[in-house]
Design a binder for this molecule. Sequence first.
Ligand SMILES: Cc1cc2nc3c(=O)[nH]c(=O)nc-3n(C[C@H](O)[C@H](O)[C@H](O)COP(=O)(O)OP(=O)(O)OC[C@H]3O[C@@H](n4cnc5c(N)ncnc54)[C@H](O)[C@@H]3O)c2cc1C
Length: 330
Amino acid sequence: MAQGVCIITEFREGTFRRVSFEIASEGRKLADELGESLLAVALGEGVEAVASDLGGYGVEKVYVVDDALLKDYRAETYVPVVAEILQNLSPKVVLTAASVDGKDFSARLAARLGAGLATDCTELKVEGGGLKAKRPMYAGKAFSWCEWSEGAWPQVASCRPNVMDCLAPDTSKKAEVETAEVALPEGNLTQVVSIEKDAGGKLDLTEAEVIVSGGRGMKGPENFAMLEELAGILGGTVGASRSAVDSGWRPHADQVGQTGKVVTPNLYVACGISGAIQHLAGMSSSKYIVAVNKDPEAPIFSKADYGIVEDLFQFLPAFIEEVKTLKSTC
Ligand SMILES: Cc1cc2nc3c(=O)[nH]c(=O)nc-3n(C[C@H](O)[C@H](O)[C@H](O)COP(=O)(O)OP(=O)(O)OC[C@H]3O[C@@H](n4cnc5c(N)ncnc54)[C@H](O)[C@@H]3O)c2cc1C
């Protein structure tokens, strides 16, 4: 009989990624509503040392596989190992991260389990003893609520990072940790040769809490220095529209949108970006959106919480000074 809610964590370089705590918090809420326990599966080299910390987010028990073979995410090692653990546990609900690796992983895992998968969910709730999942469609133009056929366990949902609330951890609570006895596949089809980090140690857009983005209205690459400065003061990073990237002003890694990255920061500042649907697809789930554009009819204003109709070359320098003053007095 299916029982329990189980989250699949992401562990990189000695720590769990923030999205793991978000899905643990969401999993706790769902487990309480379903009257089930909250379990976790944690894979990675060195993960055992920190696995019990998941207890702070409401996880009761963690099944770990700590092995050098699992240092980096590879579908051919991660998917069969997690699938075997889940086949033994037989949970009702499985939550994964809709991160870059998580998107690849979740689809393969669901296929291997023969389970239904709702991808990139922005909201989850319990109805009729099962899960209901809200997810964006048509590049964020519409949202749909998905449900699973009755008794079709497990219900697998991947969760969009930075959207679901993350509990403040209760560090006095520790989860029980058990080593999962599973056969580790050799995984010799692919290997991670190297991981190239951004030279400047730039924060990944998908993890940033503040993004200051520039579009064609920035007029040239040199003017992005203003955005770098503002992002630096606000503890964020710089993004760009496709026009700015296609013009060679910014690297493709900075592109936000349908063919770039989907981001969900707490604050997204769009400077000189018109707000084409393909751009909105990547940033409209941001918590607060501020748009600076000299055209009052620019579509970005329909999504903005705060709109500044102004020439950005007039506005930004004054705004940066004001933010600096505020920061120095805080
Ligand atoms: C299949 C497909 C996929 C795509 N994927 C993406 C994607 O992932 N991401 C993406 O961004 N786009 C994507 N696009 C492109 C998208 O359609 C738009 O062309 C692009 O987003 C426009 O970029 P922009 O807003 O910077 O430029 P523009 O649309 O040219 O807008 C520039 C804005 O700057 C304002 N402006 C100009 N000067 C100033 C000033 N001095 N002060 C203030 N405001 C000023 C203007 O009023 C204007 O609104 C895609 C398109 C297609 C067809």
